[in-house]
Design a protein around this ligand. Structure first.
Ligand code: PMP
Length: 287
């Protein structure tokens, strides 16, 4: 089936959709992005992702994006034109096209906006979740503003590739203190030796995951104990359970870290339950 991409006000066949060679996203990674998971053609955690998109844009002073209402229409239309029932919808917003020069282009230069959608059957992720996945650790080489969701993802790309080459699904990045920051495209969690859920706090240099926030609310509703406190790689290896969260992976049980088996090597009961609860809620509340 042919795919369609939205670029700066128009829908194009995916293979012919292009941006300018002097787009600042291409020249400088001067842009941000956002991703929603799609259930039954509707977006999960809509407000959380939309609010984070606007925060990322504000932090970088990228101005001139269409209104939230107009953008919601474009997102829905892109989902519809691509016939996505279960999958993902992406937006990239850059500081626009201008003669290559490091300072911002003149006031009023319109941002570039690209929206794409693709199918990703839930059954695929469910099959991985039923077995559990492997992660490897990798040094965190990123800049100091990982709270902004920029398209400058080269360290994340290198970390994920290292994971892939070792047969793992994700790379958990590790800071100079030996503490796990987050996954290359996910937030990292463990259930520690005392049975407490642990994930790094968001004062630190990590992305404030929207799935992370949704899962935190579920943890509270379930009456489980949670501590927003960083953990070491050794603590993770001794954990009862491990998992990661993201809009594309939801809650993904993790059964090995750098080849060390976690728990009994099977997806843990808490991670599995949180996945079920998150999927139920995301589907129910999608708009
Ligand atoms: N950390 C990083 C570095 C990411 O790229 C992502 C996915 N966008 C996440 C965490 C998870 O965030 P979310 O739950 O909002 O998808």
């Amino acid at each position: 089936m042919s795919r369609v991409a939205y670029v700066n006000g128009q829908y194009h066949p995916h293979g012919q959709a292009t941006i300018h060679v002097e787009d600042r996203g291409f020249q400088f990674a001067d842009g941000v992005y956002e991703v929603w998971s799609v259930f039954d053609g509707r977006m999960a955690d809509f407000d959380g992702h939309m609010t984070r998109l606007h925060r990322s844009l504000d932090e970088l002073q990228i101005r001139g994006l269409m209104s939230r209402e107009a953008l919601m229409r474009v997102l829905h239309e892109t989902i519809r034109r691509n016939r996505v029932v279960e999958g993902l919808v992406y937006i990239q917003v850059t500081r626009g096209t201008a003669r290559r020069d490091h300072p911002f282009p003149p006031e009023g230069t319109p941002p570039s906006v690209v929206v794409t959608a693709r199918s990703l059957p839930l059954s695929k992720g469910n099959a991985s979740a039923a077995k559990g996945v492997a992660v490897v650790t990798h040094p965190d080489l990123r800049w100091g503003r990982c709270d902004i969701k920029t398209v400058g993802l080269l360290p994340n790309v290198l970390a994920k590739q290292a994971a892939k080459e070792k047969g793992a699904s994700e790379a958990w990045m590790v800071d100079d203190m030996g503490l796990v920051t987050e996954g290359s495209s996910t937030n990292a969690w463990i259930i520690d030796e005392n049975g407490k859920l642990r994930t790094r706090d968001t004062q630190a240099n990590i992305l404030r995951g929207i799935t992370r926030a949704a899962v935190m609310a579920l943890i509270e509703a379930e009456g489980l104990e949670l501590e927003e406190r960083a953990f070491t790689v050794d603590e993770a290896k001794c954990a009862r359970e491990a998992f990661y969260t993201s809009a594309s992976g939801y809650v993904m049980p993790t059964v090995s870290i750098d080849g060390t088996t976690i728990g009994d090597g099977k997806p843990g009961p808490i991670a599995t339950r949180l996945r079920t609860l998150y999927l139920e809620q995301a589907r129910r509340d999608a708009i």
